[in-house]
Design a protein around this ligand. Structure first.
Ligand code: KE4
Length: 427
């Protein structure tokens, strides 16, 4: 019998390319029919056929409090009564700007935008305008949104679909983009010693969450900071995913590195379209209307999105919030690793704060090349078996997973019981 999910997917492919509004949702690499969701509450989501799932995607990171958190809903309901948008300054934007500058010391000034792509695109333009240089450095497998200059050997959906470098991007644009290997110090030092004075910016996910989940080697981020300082290049931490996900001070707080610019998104919008970029005042002052680097947005700083973001950022400041989130996520990754080990399945997992990586290989990967050695077929089989069990992981072996404060001990236990049933019949 054709499910409603299948009927919806058939119809949506008529009107929307691939039936989805973002490629990674299409289940292309895992196969099967994408799940159409209709409701979310806490750690759970319900699909069009009323089947419930424990959700470890959380809309790709924003929902750190889980779905439809009462405080966030209340904030949006209160705000929406006064109108949806003004295209003019509002006090709420000032409130969240002050809060972001307080919570992230490297951010002296900040500008709100509507998506992570806008944030990273503008951070690159700003770094080029500030330095007068063109070359940018990114890392293979890192994804920074779909700006032309950054769609080179990108991660996330681009990697998932096997098109890390997109069609339609002129060579003239990507000729100024150098792609290096994440965690490769030698290569980095070589490039800088040869052409450091040409480098406008290095943009990096301080914890790579778009080629599965790869943490930085201890010397990698300090080396980036030292080289950018030495050669006058702008160090951009793309914390769209890690921002307020791995800790209250973001990844820069965890690793104690001060970037020149930071991009944020996801969590700071609480599930609504909102992102931001900010950093050193002297760089941010290059932005119009003060400086000559142009950037703009009709709905930038939208008051409804800001209200959801403010409510979320208030909640994550609750004492013990990140300790509990970290513990829940470790409970999941340690539990899955222990079960797989019991059944001698090549599998491991790791986490940082509320994000994690699952790997069908013997040991934790520390580079793009090692991530590519993971057994994708096994992941796809695991993904569907767990989906059947009512557990929704990211539909790609090249994505990180996310736990929310709504993922109680009972929810984690239910997930591990499902994994026990799946792994016990694996061979
Ligand atoms: P958006 O333009 O999708 O809001 O943000 C782009 C972006 C920038 N930087 C980082 C580190 C990101 O992870 C992202 C977007 N992340 C993906 C998931 N890996 C979004 C999901 C999707 O593309 O549908």
């Amino acid at each position: 019998m054709t499910s409603l999910n299948q009927k919806l997917f058939q119809r949506s492919q008529e009107f929307i390319p691939g039936g989805v509004n973002s490629p990674v949702r299409a289940f292309k690499s895992v196969g099967g029919t994408p799940v159409f969701f209709k409701q979310g509450k806490g750690a759970y989501v319900w699909d069009a056929d009323n089947k419930s799932y424990i959700d470890y995607v959380g809309s790709w990171g924003p929902l750190i409090l889980g779905h439809a958190h009462p405080e966030v809903i209340k904030a949006v309901q209160n705000k929406i009564k006064d109108g949806l948008t003004f295209g003019a300054p509002t006090e709420a934007e000032l409130e969240i700007a002050e809060l972001l500058c307080k919570l992230v010391p490297s951010i002296e000034q900040v500008r709100l935008v509507s998506s992570g792509t806008e944030a990273t695109m503008t951070a690159i333009r700003l770094a080029r305008g500030y330095t007068g240089r063109n070359r940018i450095i990114k890392f293979e497998g890192c994804y920074h949104g779909h700006d032309d200059a950054l769609l080179v050997k990108a991660g996330s959906g681009a990697l998932t679909l096997g098109c890390p470098s997109s069609a339609g991007v002129p060579a003239e644009v990507t000729n100024s983009t150098t792609v290096l290997n994440f965690n490769d110090l030698e290569e980095l030092e070589q490039i800088f010693s040869k052409a450091g004075r040409e480098v406008a910016a290095v943009i990096v996910e301080p914890v790579a969450g778009n080629m599965n989940f790869v943490t930085p080697n201890p010397k990698f981020l300090p080396a980036l900071r030292e080289l950018c300082t030495k050669y006058g290049s702008v160090l951009i931490f793309d914390e769209v995913m890690t921002g307020f996900r791995v800790g209250l001070g973001c990844a820069q707080g965890v690793y104690n590195i001060k970037p020149d610019l930071t991009t944020l998104g996801k969590v700071i919008g609480g599930g609504m379209p909102m992102a931001a970029f900010g950093g050193k005042r002297e760089i941010m002052q290059c932005l119009a209307p003060v400086g000559s680097v142009y950037q703009a947005g009709t709905l930038s700083g939208n008051p409804i999105a800001v209200s959801a973001g403010l409510a979320t950022l208030q909640m994550v400041q609750t004492p013990g919030f990140y300790e509990k989130l970290t513990s829940s996520t470790q409970q999941l990754t340690n539990g899955l690793t222990g079960i797989a080990k019991k059944y001698e399945i090549p599998f491991c997992a790791q986490s940082l704060g509320g994000m994690f990586g699952l790997y069908f290989r013997g040991d934790i990967p520390s580079s793009y090349a090692e991530v590519m050695e993971c057994d994708v077929e096994s992941f796809n089989r695991f993904f569907h078996a767990m989906l059947e069990e009512g557990i929704y992981f990211a539909p790609s072996s090249f994505e990180a997973g996310f736990v929310s404060s709504a993922h109680s001990d009972m929810v984690i236990r239910k997930t591990l019981q499902a994994a026990e049933r799946v792994f016990s019949t694996w061979k």
